[in-house]
Design a protein around this ligand. Structure first.
Ligand SMILES: Nc1ncnc2c1ncn2[C@@H]1O[C@H](COP(=O)(O)OP(=O)(O)OP(=O)(O)O)[C@@H](O)[C@H]1O
Ligand SMILES: [Mg+2]
Length: 356
């Protein structure tokens, strides 16, 4: 057997979507193998990581003494380089298919707005995490390929990724981004708003998990059929400090969601006014595709459809579009070469940040 094909046999091809909220890894031939919160639990005594991902998330809000749970990525950028590297290396080890001789090649996504310095930091993190060869590609493009946008199509497609902290709009023509915009507003804003509302108006402090459960199970972006529908919410009484519970109604939480979803819809609408006429014509015909976890909010597609007056499609498993788009790159090496952002000219002059 030729050496090159032997090498292929023992290479794991990893697609890594490292988001603010979640890290998702897919392996060629095995689809998604890891989907965990981008969190680490850190000992305050020696600053060492004691748990990663799901395990760290389970500790959040119920941390023991001297342990804090932190998110090393904030708003899609590397906020804590060392912790990001350790987290990535842990997830990569967890995702590998076994065998000690396995080499790894990876494609990683970043937002278009990420600076060269931040990009360099991510590349370093990946390299130091033991990945042999790393390519970096824009998130919007990956999401589009994952949502089945054809890289040879000369007509434009618009993909809007609503993540935890950012909304990223990308218009793709012939496999390249012709227009993009990223705003620091994401689905987590809803969690913050409901937490604040319950604290201010009902005197109850709630945890992250509770806020997430309210959003997923009780909140909607379309006017609720039954405004009087109730949900019991538990937490800590602000005044007395005692465990307590309060009741919220659909009518009272609807304006909170609507306020944030409207702002997201407005960003989309504004971006669509910046297109060239032919591109605008294509989008008029095709509408937009919503990806990311934010696309799973009840009724958000309907709300945006009415707001922008264009068709809105949510593909199956919108959270996995980016990672699946990255995975496709291993079958299209020429395309990867063209779209990856590791050109030396970009990275040459960027300094390595966060060095001690
Ligand atoms: N079923 C659901 N209903 C409503 N919201 C959901 C649901 N599932 C996930 N979300 C929300 O989606 C967001 C996470 O989305 P995603 O995993 O795409 O983010 P990310 O890629 O980590 O973030 P970013 O792209 O901003 O870095 C969170 O705000 C989460 O609350
Ligand atoms: Mg994302």
């Amino acid at each position: 057997m030729a050496l090159s094909s032997l090498r292929k046999l023992v290479t794991d091809y990893l697609a890594i979507d490292m988001g603010t909220a979640n890290t998702i890894i897919a392996v060629k031939g095995r689809d998604v193998v890891l989907d965990e919160p981008s969190l680490v639990a850190v000992s305050e005594v020696n600053d060492e990581i004691v748990a990663f991902g799901l395990e760290a998330a389970d500790m959040r809000g119920r941390e023991g003494r001297d342990i804090i749970v932190v998110a090393p990525l904030s708003a899609g950028v590397v906020a804590d380089f060392e912790k990001t590297k350790e987290m990535l290396s842990h997830f990569v080890r967890k995702a590998k298919s076994g065998g000690s001789q396995v080499t790894r090649e990876a494609v990683l996504s970043v937002l278009s707005e990420v600076t060269h310095v931040e990009q360099r930091a991510l590349l370093n993190a990946a390299e130091e995490a033991g990945i042999g060869k790393v390519s970096i590609m824009e998130e919007g493009l990956a999401a589009a390929f994952g949502a089945d946008v054809d890289p040879t199509d000369k007509r434009a497609s618009a993909v809007v990724d609503i993540g935890a902290a950012t909304t990223n709009i990308a218009v793709i023509t012939k496999g390249s981004i012709s227009h993009s915009r990223s705003e620091r507003i994401g689905s987590d804003e809803i969690n913050d708003a409901i937490t604040t509302h319950i604290k201010r108006n009902l005197g109850l402090q709630i945890g992250t998990e509770t806020a997430e459960a309210i959003k997923r199970n009780f909140m909607t972006s379309v006017v609720p059929d039954d405004m009087a529908a109730e949900m019991l919410v538990k937490g800590r009484d602000l005044q007395s400090g005692s465990p307590n519970a309060v009741t919220i109604t659909a009518g009272e939480v609807y304006p909170i969601v609507e306020n944030i979803v409207r702002r997201i819809a407005q960003v989309i609408k504004d971006t669509l006014t910046e297109l060239r006429p032919e591109v605008a014509a294509d989008i008029y015909d095709r509408g937009i595709v919503l990806t990311g976890g934010g696309a799973l909010l009840n009724g958000i597609d309907q709300y945006i459809r009415e707001f922008i007056d264009l068709s809105v499609i949510v593909p199956e498993e919108p959270r996995y579009c980016t990672v699946r788009g990255l995975l496709k790159m291993f079958d299209e090496p020429d395309l990867l070469e063209r779209v990856s952002r590791n050109e030396p000219s970009i990275l040459q002059n960027s300094e390595v940040p966060f060095e001690a």
